[in-house]
Each structure stands twice: as C-alpha cells, then as structure tokens.
Design a protein around this ligand. Structure first.
Ligand SMILES: [Zn+2]
Length: 325
C-alpha cells in the first residue's frame, strides 16, 4: 500500500479537529443539534484551510447513527464508510474537471434518488467557480428546490467568480487563513506522533512559509521528513536549503543596499543568493515580506502575518530607526 501523504493521514475527522474555524464549526453543530440543516452551503476560503474536511465531517454528522450528543461519533458504520471513502451518500465532484453542462445535468438527474444508507445525500462540489455559465444555470434549478434528502456543499477559493444567483441560494461560510500559532500547534502534534525530529526554528519556518494553509504546512513537513533519515534532527539550515530559501542575513543585506541606493552591492548580494541555491521567486517573496514589514514598522504598525522571524523583525526595527530611507 502506498504511504498516505501526511495531509491526508492527519485530515480532521470530527468538528473539533478543524482548527481556527470555530465560527463555522459551532454554527454547523448548532444547526445539526436543532435539526435545522440547510440544503445549500458555500464554503469559501484559501486552499488548505479545512473546507473539504469540514464538508466530509458534515456528511458524517447528518448521517451518524452513533450514540452521541455531538455527532459525528466517527465510529458507527456510516461514519466509517464516509471516512474510508466507501459511502455512496457522499458524492464529491471536482468542479475543475467536471465543469460542463452534461456533468451537471447528470448530477441533477441523480439527485432525486434516495440515499443508500444514510438520511442525507451530500454533494460536495470542489472548486465550484470553475463551472461554465451553462452548468451554473443547470445547477441553479436544483439549488432552488433540492429534494429534502439532499445537501449541497459548494467549495471555492474564488467566491467572487460565482454568479449572484448561486451565492444568494447558499448559506455562506468563510474559512480563515490559519494563524501561525495554530499551524505550529498542529505541526508539533504531527511531529510528536510521527516521531519526526525537527528544530523548533525549522518548524516555525515551515509554518511561516505555509502562509495560513494547513495543507501547505503539512506537505512541506512531509517533503522534509522524507529527506531526513529519521535519526538526526532536521535543522533550520537544511530546511532553508531544501526549500531554496536564502538566509535572512542576505535578504537584510540586499534591503540595506536598496535603501542606500548601492546598485553594485545589491547585484553582488543577488548573485551570492543565486549561487547558494536560492530559488529566485522565493527570494523575491522574502524581499517583499521584508520591505512590507519595514514599511509597517516605519508607519508605526506591526506585522501581524508573522511572515518573518523574530530575528529578522529585530533587524528591521534597527533599520527603520536608522531612518536612511
Ligand atoms: Zn457516527
């Protein structure tokens, strides 16, 4: 059997596993408890914030037959069949590769059939903004009057690309970017359980690099853990070199040259960065993060995105105080 990616192995199975989205999970749980489940939901938000996981948990929760006040129990035969991807009542459709009217018509025809074992059939359409206009129109009729045993969960990273007619028929939930402490908490938990030895700074670097996406953070950790032999601790330097990142000293050096208007020194630093294996796009991103933080310090704000390490922020503070730009 192929080894499962960390992200899939550690995918949330119950509402409590969905970190940083309490505003959504609480509302959904209240609706289930009160027996007032909607028939069309829109889950919007950037990749890796828990939209698909929450949709699957919702499918379990509305169909769960376990003895619990807070479904899903995750143990009954229905919860298990959904968790193992065997359930016929959870239909997941990738909107990017099934974007035409024929696919949506097919879906529309299947909607009227009763669920096979649970109370509800749940249709999850991922990347729903990729559907064509004709497909949206065909979907609209079903969204207007879905059979009582059907729940639609539309997921998207680009809600602004959905027609208003679709938006107005859905209960919308916006998934937030995961804050750094939560990303770190989950990474720590995974490292503990998977026995991955990694420096704290290195883990923090991964969490910052993931910019709010659990999936990105876990994929990076996956990549790094397969690089290490499991005996020695993964260091920050290794993480930087594997991910094509440059040391923050080089970024600071370049920013200094820029603020001083010293073109030759700046070009030398860029060469040095590329020579030491920097990935140009990542280098550029780090420079922009640096300049952004510098600008914020300069106007008296603070960088709450945690894009930079404490050391880099201290250097920026000094640079801003020097006030040479
Ligand atoms: Zn259950």
């Amino acid at each position: 059997m192929a080894t499962q990616a960390l992200y899939n192995r550690w995918r949330g199975q119950v509402f409590a596993d969905i970190l940083g989205q309490d505003h959504i999970t609480k509302t959904l749980q209240n609706q289930i408890r009160a027996g007032r489940v909607g028939h069309a939901y829109l889950f919007a938000g950037m990749r890796g914030t828990g939209k698909t996981s929450t949709a699957r948990i919702m499918a379990k929760a509305v169909n769960c037959v376990g003895e619990t006040d807070a479904p899903p129990c995750d143990h009954c035969h229905i919860c298990r069949s959904i968790a193992e991807g065997r359930s016929l009542d959870l239909i997941e459709i990738d909107g990017a590769s099934n974007r035409g009217i024929d696919e949506i018509r097919q879906l529309r025809d299947s909607v009227s059939f009763s669920p096979s074992e649970g109370r509800y059939k749940i249709y999850v359409i991922d990347e729903v903004h990729m559907l064509t206009n004709e497909a949206f129109n065909a979907l609209l009729k079903t969204l207007e009057e879905p059979p009582p045993h059907v729940i639609f969960i539309l997921c998207t990273t680009a809600p602004h690309r959905l027609p208003d007619t679709v938006l107005s028929r859905c209960q919308r939930f916006d998934f937030r970017r995961a804050p750094l402490p939560l990303l770190l908490k989950k990474l720590h938990m995974i490292c503990d359980q998977e026995k991955i030895a990694i420096e704290r700074d290195a883990l923090e670097f991964i969490a910052r690099r993931a910019t709010g996406s659990f999936r990105d953070a876990e994929s990076l950790l996956d990549q790094l853990s397969s690089y290490s032999d499991g005996l020695e601790e993964i260091t920050l330097e290794q993480v930087r070199s594997i991910l094509g990142s440059v040391s923050s000293a080089l970024v600071t050096q370049l920013v200094l040259s820029m603020t001083a208007g010293d073109l030759p020194a700046g070009l030398r630093t860029i060469n040095q960065a590329i020579d030491t294996g920097a990935e140009p796009r990542q280098f550029l991103k780090e420079i922009i993060d640096h300049l952004r933080a510098l600008l914020l310090v300069k106007v008296g704000g603070r960088d709450d995105r945690h894009a930079l390490s404490a050391q880099a922020l201290a250097e920026i503070g000094q640079l801003a105080e020097a006030g040479s730009f």
